[in-house]
Design a protein around this ligand. Structure first.
Ligand code: UDP
Ligand code: MG
Length: 318
């Protein structure tokens, strides 16, 4: 692969006033220290605080900074999609990081060296999370579950933090998927990929923008977008149930014929009804997850709407 010289750092931001000044400082000192040519692309994901104003003020007339302002909050993955679609032509690779400095931008050089060894995707593997016990544990088991389920190999404990080559960006941009599980799509694209371990820091300031419900959505996107196992599971559960009931029937008939009548309990009946109603509802729910994704996809709506852009210091209104 050609040498990596120009890198765009892509950062989605949603209500991040608390970290922005520190973020910009760290980026600017990184630009001074490194030999790499760096430019920065912020995506304001419809923030309702002063994030947009601060970005505008901070980057106005700065050649090395660009920003895209979305018309409302579209969510992390779509903000990244908007950023990737507007990357500078001259860029060799895109470094995706979170705005809250949980992914240290200073690791860029290590990632770039690895890419220089012939990798198109270098992703960060979190070896220590400085987060709550519950969050840590659920992440850990989620990724292991996903690995069992998914049709493609999605690396364990890897998030969106990654350096991706220009040709991977091009492929990502050409994928029309509505529900974007970026770390899955990135694996799906292929080429040579490898991970680098790093300690994921605590959020620098402000609060996590992922509530339980959006984390759940992200997690289910991972499973339902990349696996057909849940839908197959319905069939398997149904089949097993039929087998069990046939065996049960044979036992009862056997008892009836050879030992006379057997008083069969009311409890068993209720139990069976409740259990199988549960199984049915659960199965319908799984079907629903897939149908929902078809529903959103067939509408062919744009993934995001851009309100305005500042490209390399110049304001462009849509
Ligand atoms: N983010 C975004 N849109 C959203 C939610 C989050 O652009 O709707 C950004 C956020 O500003 C941050 C990154 O995505 O830069 C990761 O979010 P956060 O740190 O809240 O997630 P966590 O690290 O808690 O998973
Ligand atoms: Mg964070």
């Amino acid at each position: 692969m050609a040498e990596i010289k120009e890198i765009t750092i892509l950062i989605p931001l949603y209500n991040e006033v608390a970290v922005l000044p520190e973020l910009i400082n760290r980026l600017e000192s990184l630009m001074v220290q490194t030999k790499l040519e760096i430019d920065v692309m912020f995506v304001d994901d419809g923030s309702t605080d002063d994030t947009a104003t601060i970005i505008q003020r901070a980057i106005f007339d700065k050649e090395k900074f660009s920003a895209i302002f979305l018309s409302r909050n579209f969510g992390h993955a779509k903000a990244l999609t908007a950023g990737l679609a507007n990357i500078n032509e001259a860029t060799d690779a895109v470094f995706i990081i979170d705005g809250d400095l949980q992914d240290p931008p200073e690791l860029l050089e290590n990632f770039a060296i690895k890419m220089g060894e012939g990798f198109d995707v270098v992703y960060g593997i979190r070896n220590k999370r400085k987060e709550g016990y519950f969050k840590k544990l659920s992440y850990k088991y989620y990724y292991r579950l996903l690995k069992q389920f998914a049709n493609i190999k999605i690396p364990l404990d890897a998030g969106d933090f990654s350096l991706i080559s220009k040709r991977v960006v091009k492929q990502l941009n050409s994928l029309p998927e509505e529900s974007r599980y970026l770390r899955g799509l990135r694996s799906w694209i292929g080429f040579n990929q490898c991970g680098i371990e790093y300690d994921r820091d605590k959020r620098n300031a402000g609060n996590s923008k992922y509530g339980i419900s959006s984390l759940f959505k992200l997690a289910s996107n991972g499973i339902f977008n990349f696996s057909e196992l849940p839908i197959r599971l319905i069939g398997m559960v149904g089949f097993t149930t039929i087998i069990i009931s046939i065996v049960y029937l044979i036992i009862i008939l056997f008892k009836k014929m050879f030992f006379g009548t057997v008083p069969e309990g009311f409890t068993t009946l209720i139990f069976a009804i409740v259990l199988f109603s549960g199984v049915q509802l659960f199965s319908i729910g799984i079907l629903g997850e897939y149908i929902l994704r078809i529903f959103f996809q067939v509408k062919q709506r744009p993934l995001y709407i851009v309100k305005s852009k500042i490209l390399r210091g110049k304001v462009i209104n849509e």
